[in-house]
Unconditional design. Structure first.
Length: 43
């Protein structure tokens, strides 16, 4: 039971972190369109 709770907390934290990162990337992309080249390098 305790393990399940810890796992769910970890998953929630991970999801919120990834969402924050995606939001940051979107803001950077909107503010700096020159990053399109960098994005293509990563793909």
């Amino acid at each position: 039971m305790f393990l399940l709770l810890m796992l769910s907390l970890f998953v929630m934290k991970f999801v919120t972190l990834t969402v924050d990162v995606q939001r940051l990337n979107v803001y950077e992309f909107l503010y700096n369109p020159n990053k399109i080249e960098i994005l293509f390098l990563f793909v």
